[in-house]
Design a protein around this ligand. Structure first.
Ligand code: HPA
Length: 273
C-alpha cells in the first residue's frame, strides 16, 4: 500500500465516523469565498486540526474546516480553507483532501479561487469557469512513486476539466443573469503576486487568469477519476495591466462584492452535477 494512500485512508476512516459524504458534491472554497459554507444545512463541521494527517491552514480568511451537509437540497462536502503550496506544504499534502474526498465517496468537485485577470476583457468581479489550466508551480502532486490505488502513472489531461460541468456552469450563469467567462487558469507558486513581466509571459502562453492554488487539486482529481470543474473569481487585474499595486485586501474586497453571484452560481450548479 502506498504511503499517501495509507495516510488518506486514516483521514477518511476518521471522517466516516463524523458524517456520510457518499455521492456528495465536494466544494473547495477559495480566498474570501468561504461564506457559502454558512448556508449549509444540517451541517456537521470538523476542524482540520482534528483530522488525522490533515495539516493546519495559515492564511487569513481561511478557516480550516470540513463541513458536510445539505446545500440547496444537495449533499455537499465543503472545504472552508485550503492548503497552499506557498505555505510550505508539499504538493501531495496540498492536494490530499481531494483524495480523502474520493475515498469518502464524493462524486464530483468544484474547486474555487480568487485570481488575477490576465485576459484584458475581464474586470475585477468577473467570474471565470476554468476550462483548462497551466501548471507553472514547478512541482506536481503526482510526482514520486505512483499511488496506484488512486490512478495510473501517466494520467491523461485532455479532459482534466469535465466538459459537462463547464456546460452546466454556463447554463446556470445564463439563467442567473451572470456574465460569466471561460478561460485558462495558470498557477504560480507564490506567495508574491506576479511581476508585470511574468504576467506578459502568462498572457503570451495563453493564460486568462493567474493564481496560487487549484491546479494541484485539479491534477489530483483527474488522477483519481473524480470529475472536476473550477470557478475563478477575478478579484483584480494581474500585475502591470492597470499599473496599480496589488493587495490581499483588494482581493478580499472584490470577492466580498461578488459573493452573492458566486454563491448563487455554485448552489445552482450542484443541483445538476
Ligand atoms: N495573482 C495571483 N494570485 C491571485 C491574484 C493575482 O493577481 N489575485 C488573487 N489571487
Amino acid at each position: 500500500m502506498s504511503d499517501i494512500y495509507k495516510r488518506c485512508l486514516q483521514s477518511a476512516e476518521y471522517l466516516k465516523n463524523c458524517f456520510d459524504a457518499k455521492d456528495a458534491i465536494g466544494i473547495i472554497l477559495g480566498s474570501g469565498l468561504g461564506e457559502l459554507a454558512n448556508e449549509i444545512e444540517d451541517a456537521v463541521t470538523v476542524n482540520y486540526a482534528d483530522i488525522p494527517n490533515f495539516p493546519k491552514t495559515t492564511v487569513p480568511g481561511h478557516a480550516g474546516q470540513l463541513i458536510c451537509g445539505t446545500l440547496n437540497g444537495v449533499k455537499v462536502l465543503c472545504m472552508k480553507g485550503r492548503f497552499h503550496f506557498y505555505e510550505g506544504h508539499d504538493m501531495k499534502t496540498v492536494a490530499m483532501p481531494v483524495r480523502v474526498m474520493k475515498l469518502l465517496g464524493v462524486k464530483a468537485i468544484i474547486v474555487t479561487n480568487a485570481a488575477g485577470g490576465v485576459n484584458r476583457t475581464f474586470k475585477p468581479g468577473t467570474l471565470m469557469i476554468i476550462n483548462d489550466f497551466i501548471n507553472f508551480m514547478g512541482d506536481n502532486p503526482l510526482y514520486g512513486p505512483n499511488a496506484d490505488e488512486f490512478g495510473p502513472r501517466f494520467p491523461d489531461m485532455t479532459k482534466a476539466i469535465d466538459a459537462g460541468f463547464v456546460q452546466i456552469a454556463e447554463d446556470c450563469a445564463k439563467e442567473l443573469d451572470i456574465d460569466i467567462r471561460k478561460g485558462v487558469y495558470m498557477s504560480f507558486r507564490g506567495p508574491n503576486f506576479e511581476t508585470p513581466a511574468e504576467i506578459r509571459f502568462a498572457e503570451t502562453i495563453g493564460a486568462d487568469a493567474v493564481g496560487m492554488s487549484t491546479v494541484p487539486e485539479l491534477l489530483t482529481a483527474r488522477h483519481c477519476s473524480l470529475p472536476a470543474v473550477g470557478i475563478s473569481c477575478i478579484t483584480n487585474m494581474a500585475a502591470g495591466i492597470t499599473g496599480e499595486e496589488l493587495t490581499h485586501e483588494e482581493v478580499q474586497e472584490t470577492a466580498d462584492r461578488v459573493k452573492d453571484q458566486f454563491k448563487g452560481l455554485v448552489k445552482t450548479m450542484i443541483t445538476r452535477m
